[in-house]
Design a protein around this ligand. Sequence first.
Ligand code: NAP
Length: 283
Amino acid sequence: MINGKTRTCGLIGCPVEHTKSPLIHNTVAQRMGVDLAYVPFHVKEGDLEAAIKGAKALNLLGLNVTVPYKSDVIPFLKEIDPLAAQIGAVNTLVAVDGGYKGFNTDMPGLYRAMMEDGVTIEGEQILILGAGGVARAVALLVASKRAKEITILNRTVEKAQAICSEVKGFYPEVEIKALALGEYASLSANSYLAIQATNIGMHPNIDEAVIEDASFYEKVHTGYDLVFNPAQTKFMKLVKAAGGRAFNGLKMLLYQGIIAYEYWTEKQVPAEVIEEVSGLLEE
Ligand code: NAP
C-alpha cells in the first residue's frame, strides 16, 4: 500500500504505454516487502532535460529510460558507469548527490539471460542481425566475452561497418566484419550463434523474419531473438525448423529490470521471486 514513506521509480520514454516494467518492479517490490512504487512517464520530445530535473526535484529514487532517449539522456546525467559510457546508451538512472548516475543493464541483462539459457559466447562464431543501437551494444558484449568471430549483417551495410570500427577500437584483437543483409550466402562457416537485433517480426508484423530463406537457418545452431512479442517469432520458428535452438528476448527484459531494481534498492532479488515474475511476463 502506498504511504508517506513510499519511494518512487519509473520509466521515461515515448511511447511507454506498452511497457511491462511496472509488472516486473511492482511485483518484485511487493514480494520483497519493499516500499516502492514504479510508474510509467510519457515524456514528449523536447521535455527530456526538464523530466530529469523534475524527477530529481521530486526525489525519485531511480528511472528506467527507453526509446528514444537512451543516448539523449547522457548529457543530463551527473555520473555515468564506464560500461554505459562504452555502449553509449543508458537505460537505468540511480539517484546520487546532485542528480542521477546512468547505467546500462540491457547488456548485463542479455548476458545473464544467455547464461541461464545455456548459450555460450566464448569461442563462438556469432552473427548479429541488425546494426541499430542494441546491435552495437550486443557487438561490444560478445567482443568483450571473447567470441571467436563476429559478423554483423545489416540492410544498411555502412552502419554495420561503423560498428565494426568502433568495436575494433575497444577490442583490437577481435575478428569482426560487416556484410549487407542480402550477402548471407557468402558466410563461410556453418555453425553460428545468430542474435536477432532488428525490430522485424515484432507484433503486429508477426509473419516477418529478417531473413526468410530457410537455407540460411541451416547454418544457425542457436537463434537468440531480442524481440519478445510474440513469444515465438518467425525467426525462432525458422531456426527451430532447421534443427536449431531458439530463444526470445523476454529473459533479457526480465534481467535488465532485476539488475536495475538491485541498483535502486541494494537488495538481491531471490531466485523464487525472479521465477514468479518470469511466469507473469510469459502470461
Ligand atoms: P534501431 O536502432 O531502430 O535499429 C533497428 C534495426 O532494424 C536496424 O539495424 C535496421 O536496419 C533494422 N531494420 C528495421 N527495419 C528493417 C527492414 N524492414 N528490413 C531490414 N532491416 C530493418 O532499434 P534498436 O534500439 O537497436 O532495437 C532493436 C530491437 O531490439 C527492438 O525491436 C527491440 O525489440 C529489441 N530490444 C529488446 C530488448 C529486450 O529487453 N529484449 C531491449 C531493447 C531492444 P537499418 O540500419 O538498415 O535501418
